[in-house]
Design a protein around this ligand. Structure first.
Ligand SMILES: [Zn+2]
Length: 250
C-alpha cells in the first residue's frame, strides 16, 4: 500500500491510499477535483472509495466533480450525515473500513470530525484535529473534547505518521517554539521547513514520536509547558485550553 500526498486549494492536503494487492484506491477528503484527478490519471489508479473527515467546505468542495469523472463509494460519519455530502455508506467511530482503516472519533474542530488510522500503513489521517506541530481551531467542540481526541492519538505507536488536512507547519512551528519544545527537535524542524518550502515538498507526514517532542498539544502534561503557557501547575486539560486560546489570539 502506498500514500500519495496531494496539495489542493491554497493550503489543503488530500490523500490517496492505493492498495496494489486489491487495486483499490481511497481518497481521503476532497478539497479540489483537478489536482486529485491528475494524480489518479498519472498513476493509472481507479478511484474506489472516498472517506470524509468532516463537513467543512474545503474538505468536500471538489467531491461532485471528482465523482463525475471517477465514480466511487462515499463514506462518512453517520452522526454528521446531515451536514456531509450524500453518503453511500455511513460509519461510526470504531468501525473498520475497506483497506483496513479504523475510524477514530476526533471531535473538537467540529463535533462530527473523525480520523482514519491504518495500523498496517502506520498512518493516521487526522485532518483538522491534531495537525503538524499544532491542532485545529475549536469551531464547534470544546478544549476537553480536543484533549480526549489527542489523547486517543497519543496512545498509537510513536512511528505512526500524522497526515493533517492543511499545510500550517511553519506557522504552527513558530507558535510551538513558545512552549518549551525539545530544543534539538525544534532546531531540526526549523532547518528542514525552509528546504521543504523551496522544493514544494509536503510538510505533512511527521511521526507521532517527533510531534511529542515539539507539538504543545501533545505535551500539556509537562510542567515546563504549563509554565510557558502562563498556568504553572495547572492540569493538562487547562493547559491545552489555554494554549489553544493563545493561538486564537496570536
Ligand atoms: Zn475544517
Amino acid at each position: 500500500m502506498s500514500i500519495e500526498i496531494i496539495r489542493c486549494l491554497s493550503d489543503n492536503y488530500a490523500y490517496l491510499v492505493h492498495d496494489a494487492a486489491t487495486d483499490e484506491t481511497t481518497l481521503i477528503d476532497a478539497p479540489e477535483a483537478a489536482p486529485i484527478l491528475t494524480v489518479l490519471k498519472n498513476r493509472g489508479w481507479t478511484l474506489t472509495h472516498v472517506f470524509l473527515t468532516h463537513h467543512h467546505w474545503d474538505h468536500v468542495e471538489g467531491l461532485a466533480a471528482i465523482l463525475a469523472a471517477a465514480p466511487a463509494q462515499v463514506w462518512g460519519n453517520g452522526a454528521d450525515a446531515g451536514r456531509l455530502p450524500a453518503l453511500d455508506h455511513a460509519f461510526a467511530p470504531g468501525d473498520t473500513l475497506p483497506g483496513g482503516a479504523v475510524v477514530l472519533d476526533a471531535p473538537g474542530h467540529t463535533l462530527g470530525h473523525v480520523a482514519f488510522h491504518y495500523p498496517a500503513l502506520k498512518a493516521l489521517f487526522s485532518a483538522d484535529s491534531l495537525m503538524t506541530h499544532g491542532c485545529g481551531r475549536l469551531f464547534e467542540g470544546t478544549a476537553d473534547q480536543m484533549f480526549d481526541t489527542i489523547a486517543r492519538f497519543a496512545a498509537l505507536p510513536d512511528d505512526t505518521r500524522l497526515y493533517s488536512g492543511h499545510d500550517y507547519a511553519k506557522a504552527n512551528l513558530d507558535f510551538a517554539a513558545r512552549y518549551a519544545p525539545d530544543t534539538d527537535a525544534l532546531a531540526t524542524r526549523q532547518a528542514e521547513l525552509p528546504v521543504l518550502a523551496r522544493t514544494g515538498a509536503p510538510t505533512t507526514g511527521t511521526t507521532l514520536g517527533s510531534e511529542k517532542r515539539i507539538n504543545p498539544y501533545l505535551r500539556c502534561a509537562l510542567p515546563q509547558v504549563a509554565t510557558a503557557a502562563g498556568v504553572p501547575g495547572a492540569d493538562p486539560r487547562t493547559v491545552l485550553a489555554e494554549i489553544r486560546k493563545q493561538k486564537d489570539n496570536a
